[in-house]
Design a protein. Structure first.
Length: 389
């Protein structure tokens, strides 16, 4: 069983919990037992449990563990739904969070795992603030059979998370306006003036949130800096959502659209639901939903129309996939030309000056009803001449 002999008391407990004879216990069984006990010990926060497991599992590096050990840590910690996830799905989560690193440091594990609100949302673990202890301390409330088992045993079905002080966007803006400081957990005031800069990076400079692509129903987590613009993040997720940044529409909660120039820090993206109440919204008691719904803008094109018989000119923005027949019907309503006699012709670049070039060898293109507008590969601003035949 390794370098140290197995204690008789530990062996008996492990045999009962794992339901196997003492002689059949392996080092992997003891690892599973240690991680499970650490993350479910009373009054032990998730960070303390992770720190303990890091110390116990580290081998060659002082403050890091191998990725394989991290998979075991996630598998046996039973955080949220991890106990119900397949091994392949857990590995996919770890690859999404940490990439293909051979080792993961405790600092990275804390930032990208324990403080990853998008991951908790995907696991179905709602976050709430325990106001009885400290507004800066959060609880990870378990849902499902594990929570019921803990409550039946008289234990609190929550993981106390020693989260660093998390300011809401409204508090950040107020602090910037008054140029004041904030109080850390130890009661030390940090000045917000330029004369006393802090060498410690802000605890909430990164936001992690869940996005859902409406067309494909694909969801994934995104981590962005508070100073990033939404447009910057749109470009970052192009490959993941399969939609070009110029055609993305971001809707918070699927209801409120945010512009590409909006700063991430000025929104509630990545803010725990319990801390959103200061922005005028009440925290939800149920499992958290996705933060952003990404919709694809319908590709449009701007067409300039010219009807010389009545000296009419106008401009319209139409969907690129719209049928020419529908476009002709719209032109007919404006010009009152009978639909059967209304013809749309693309004016070449040589003939846009009001006179059609007689020397141009490019044949006039007549739009046919059976085709969509995109069939003709027209660019925005092209001139369409309306003819009555």
């Amino acid at each position: 069983m390794g370098r140290v002999g197995l204690d008789d008391g530990v062996a008996k407990v492990a045999a009962v919990v794992l339901n196997r004879p003492v002689a059949d216990l392996t080092a992997a069984d003891l690892k599973e037992l240690m991680i499970g006990f650490a993350f479910h010990a009373k009054d032990v926060s998730a960070i303390d449990a992770a720190r303990f497991c890091f110390v116990a599992l580290r081998r060659e590096v002082e403050d890091a563990i191998a990725m394989e050990e991290l998979h075991d840590l996630v598998e046996h910690s039973l955080l949220g739904r991890t106990c119900e996830m397949s091994r392949g799905e857990r590995r996919r989560w770890m690859i999404d969070l940490f990439g293909d690193l051979p080792r993961v440091s405790f600092a990275d594990f804390t930032r990208y795992f324990l403080h990853n609100y998008a991951m908790w949302a995907a696991f179905g673990v709602p976050l709430a603030v325990d106001m009885a202890t400290s507004p800066a301390q959060c609880h990870h409330h378990l849902v499902g059979p594990l929570s019921e088992a803990l409550e039946a045993a008289g234990e609190g079905g929550a993981f106390l998370l020693d989260h660093p002080e998390f300011q809401t966007p409204l508090q950040i803006e107020e602090e910037r306006e008054r140029g004041g400081g904030r109080r850390e957990e130890g009661g030390v005031m940090i000045s917000g003036s330029p004369s006393a800069p802090s060498h410690q990076p802000p605890a909430n400079e990164w936001r992690t949130f869940v996005v859902l692509v409406k067309s494909t129903k694909k969801s994934f987590s995104v981590t962005a800096h508070v100073e990033d613009r939404v447009g910057d993040v749109m470009q970052m997720v192009e490959a993941s959502c399969g939609i070009k940044a110029a055609r993305q529409e971001w809707w918070i909660g699927g209801e409120t659209r945010i512009e590409a120039k909006t700063r991430i820090g000025s929104t509630t993206l990545g803010v725990p639901p319990a801390l959103k109440s200061s922005r005028g919204s009440s925290p939800r008691n149920g499992p958290p939903s996705v933060d952003v719904v990404i919709k694809e803008q319908e590709e449009t094109i701007v067409l300039n129309f010219s009807y010389k018989a009545k000296n009419m000119r106008w401009q319209e923005r139409v969907p690129a996939e719209e049928k020419v027949l529908k476009l002709r019907a719209a032109v007919q309503r404006r010009t009152l030309i009978p639909l059967s006699r209304c013809t749309l012709r693309v004016v070449s670049a040589e003939g846009e000056g009001g006179k059609e070039s007689k020397t141009s060898s490019t044949p006039a293109v007549i739009l046919q009803d059976r085709h969509p507008i995109s069939h003709y590969h027209l660019e925005s601003g092209v001139m369409i001449e309306v003819l009555q035949q």
